[in-house]
Design a protein. Structure first.
Length: 762
């Protein structure tokens, strides 16, 4: 094969990958002068600047200001608006979380409703940053969407807007909405909007079950549909959740949208308007407006379906097919690979023993790729310990991701070249295709929406290889047939790897490396016409090292791309002993002003969990939390809990497990909200109340019987500036994403025995 066809084959494969990446770009933001019926990112940014310039966690003054602004804007658009004040609750193993939330609920009545279209996003942010993207853009987009809707013909169906509170602390607002609000129990079609970064296309990454009609509408209605059904399957396996989870559990069907690039700034001070890509806001809003119009004018009763669909975008086209086709396609891919084997054996191009060795040995480059990627991460953390605090989500990871791609290529090429002469190229190609076809069959059974990623490259790869072997056509035709499978793999798998890197970071880089290794197995049929020499894997290894060096040079920390550090202030109100605390593996120079060693003996009981750095701190004047016991009989504990002046939250740690469904909490004068569905099994049992009212809350706990219980109450106030001697972080550092950071925590301990009342013994 001459040099020109070789270069042409490589050019086609590279072009496919590049065009696929370009197809995932965001939209061009529209100016404020855009027509009134269109969504304008610039108009939406005007709203964002009014409420997303400071952190607004649940119960904060900034959250109250955001609530009032948003409710006022919706009222100005003529909607029916109410603020739902309620207590939300979330169970977890060993933990019960409560919070007083203020949901903004607005309704635009339809002209002839067949149901409700619910648009949902949360207006609270993490305590560490202003949450311009998470989830300010979606909330601002809701206001602009309503304005555009009102500029045209009114929708047929009722449109309800839920701007929820307390999402960051456990989807508390959405839980309260579906439990207490009539509109939350009525069902309908849900469009939920999120962000896990500051840029990138708006991806439809999650759906309710039986999504066929919804996906059909999405693909036909929005101007730039992005996302695929593999994201749906992956997200269903993860422990993460958003407001989408409680809303769909309550009976809504729907879709969940987010953009995820630039995730190193997620839940930090860097999630700001300055770092937001207006194109991502435009994409979010254009999709929101298009879907609201489509659903608003549709008979929602016709959107029911009895199956899911596979959906993905390739070569600029959204492709869908029903789940009933998933298993037949997977079987067809396996049969095509088997046909390739049968024909190859008949032509004496392979033997079954050689095929078996090729197939079994193909696990080696997969495992080696994962090991190399994880080893690379350990090397990076060793060279730059600050990476550990980033959770693998680096600011400029592209060079490191390229290094992982090169390492995966190195592993697969070493496997291929070391066995090529012994086993033959057809056996190696078939062995790699068997892995893809086998994974496609496995996914068809357990995760049907993801099967296309492996089934289609295996099917086209096997058919293309058969065509190349069978036909007597010219060489360029045979090369084109051989390219069919690799082109399909190039259109699907690198994009998946990129999304995995964006979502999971380099700390779990082995997952992306596994996807890339499967991609290289899928393109291995090209190895024969390209005839790579042993210098090629060596080149890949050298390229990987060079890219690591490039990454270390380009991914430094500065004010625009800061590092992270964790710091908190803890004082025992009983002894007035105070300590600085940091959970950083290797504290930054600024952090070492406050922490000097790992002595945790001076920390309050129950607080010293995990590996911590500590240092002496001055005592401050603070009310601290108070626990007043109204009844305790050894198993049931009823108490009134206050956090003290200025505190936003309180945490209770108990030294005994909490029994099944054994916690309830609420505001005085109202019925307590119970936590159900989880059994506590860890020490200490923990209860949190976010956004605690000044007058406190009432808490009831059922415990395993014992002679006494030790309760540690911790009040939490945002910010460290009130501590004498505190110097703010330099510009190249921001608060880490740990929820117990940048807090003044005041603790008070209680030992309670049956019959105890009031505050009990210390």
């Amino acid at each position: 094969m001459s040099t020109k066809p070789k270069l042409a084959v490589l050019a086609v494969l590279v072009m496919v990958i590049v065009l696929t990446a370009m197809a995932d770009s965001t939209m061009q933001p529209l100016p404020a002068s855009a027509p009134t019926g269109e969504f304008s990112a610039e108009r939406a940014l005007g709203h964002l600047r009014e409420f997303a310039t400071e952190p607004r966690p649940v119960g904060s003054p900034a959250g109250d200001r955001a609530r009032d602004y948003l409710a006022g804007k919706l009222r100005a658009e003529g909607l029916q608006v109410e603020v739902q004040r309620a207590v939300g609750a979330r169970p977890a193993s060993g933990l019960a979380t409560f919070g007083q939330v203020d949901n903004v609920v607005a309704k635009l009545p339809g002209t002839d409703p067949t149901g409700t279209v619910l648009i949902a996003a949360h207006y609270d942010s993490a305590a560490m940053g202003p949450g311009a993207s998470d989830d300010g853009t979606a909330v601002a987009a809701m206001i602009e969407t309503v304005r555009a809707l009102r500029a045209g013909t009114g929708p047929r169906n009722d449109v309800v807007l839920l701007m929820s509170d307390g999402e960051e602390d456990g989807v508390l607002g959405a839980e309260a909405f579906v439990r207490r609000h009539p509109l939350g129990r009525g069902g309908g079609v849900l469009l939920n909007w999120e962000a896990r970064g500051v840029r990138g296309p708006s991806l439809m990454f999650e759906t309710s079950r039986n999504n066929a009609r919804l996906v059909e509408m999405f693909a036909g209605a929005v101007p730039a549909p992005r996302g695929d059904s593999s994201m749906v399957e992956l997200y269903r396996l993860l422990p993460n959740n958003t407001d989408f989870t409680p809303l769909t559990r309550a009976g809504f069907t729907g879709m969940n949208f987010a953009y995820i690039r630039g995730s190193s700034l997620y839940h930090t001070a860097g999630d700001s308007i300055a770092n937001l890509d207006p194109g991502s806001l435009q994409h979010h809003g254009s999709n929101m407006l298009a879907m609201t119009r489509a659903l608003g004018g549709t008979d929602l009763r016709t959107l029911t379906s009895d199956h899911d669909v596979t959906y993905f975008r390739a070569f600029g086209v959204m492709i869908t097919y029903p789940d009933t086709a998933v298993l037949p396609l997977a079987v067809l891919a396996l049969l095509a690979v088997i046909a390739l084997v049968v024909y190859g054996r008949a032509r004496r191009l392979l033997t079954l023993p050689r095929l078996a060795v090729a197939t079994v040995s193909a696990v080696l480059p997969l495992v080696v790729s994962v090991v190399l990627a994880q080893g690379l991460w350990e090397l990076l953390v060793g060279l730059r310990p600050a990476y550990d605090t980033m959770g693998g989500l680096l600011h400029r990871p592209l060079a490191f991701e390229g290094s992982i791609a090169a390492l995966s290529a190195f592993a697969v090429l070493c496997w291929y070249l070391s066995l090529r002469r012994r086993l033959g190229p057809v056996a190696l190609a078939a062995g790699g295709l068997f892995w893809l076809a086998g994974l496609g069959a496995l996914c068809a059974w357990f995760a049907p929406g993801a099967a296309f990623l492996f089934t289609l490259p295996a099917l086209t790869g096997a058919l293309g290889a058969l065509a190349a072997l069978v036909t007597g056509a010219p060489a360029w035709v045979r090369v084109a047939a051989t390219t069919l499978g690799p082109v399909t793999a190039g259109a699907l798998l690198p994009s998946l790897a990129w999304n995995v890197f964006d979502g999971m970071g380099l700390a779990l880089g082995g997952v992306g490396a596994l996807v890339l290794a499967l991609f290289w197995l899928g393109v291995s049929p090209l190895a024969e016409p390209l005839k790579p020499s042993r210098a090629v894997p060596l080149t890949a290894a050298v390229l990987a090292l060079v890219l690591v060096g490039v990454g270390l040079v380009t991914d430094g920390f500065d004010a625009g791309r800061p590092g992270r550090t964790h710091l908190a202030y803890v004082m025992d109100a009983d002894t007035r002993a105070a300590r600085w605390v940091s959970a950083d593996p290797e504290p930054a120079e600024w952090t070492r002003r406050y922490v000097t060693g790992r002595d945790v003996t001076a920390l309050p009981p129950g607080y010293a969990r995990g590996s911590l750095w500590t240092g002496p701190a001055p005592a401050i004047t603070a009310d601290g939390p108070r626990v007043a016991v109204s009844a305790y009989d050894g198993t049931t504990l009823r108490m009134r809990v206050t956090a003290g002046r200025g505190a936003r939250s309180v945490t209770l740690r108990l030294d005994r497990p909490i029994t099944w469904a054994g916690v309830s909490a609420g505001r005085f004068g109202q019925a307590n909200v119970p936590v159900t569905g989880e059994r506590a099994g860890t020490w200490p049992g923990e209860i949190r109340f976010r956004g605690i009212p000044a007058q406190g809350v009432q808490v009831t706990v059922r415990l395993t019987p014992a002679e006494q219980v030790r309760v540690i109450a911790i009040s939490e106030t945002d910010g460290l500036s009130r501590v004498p001697g505190f110097v703010p972080r330099p510009g190249e550092l921001v608060a880490a994403t740990r929820e117990d950071g940048d807090l003044v925590a005041i603790t008070r301990g209680y030992t309670l025995r049956p019959g105890s009342r009031d505050e009990g013994a210390r």
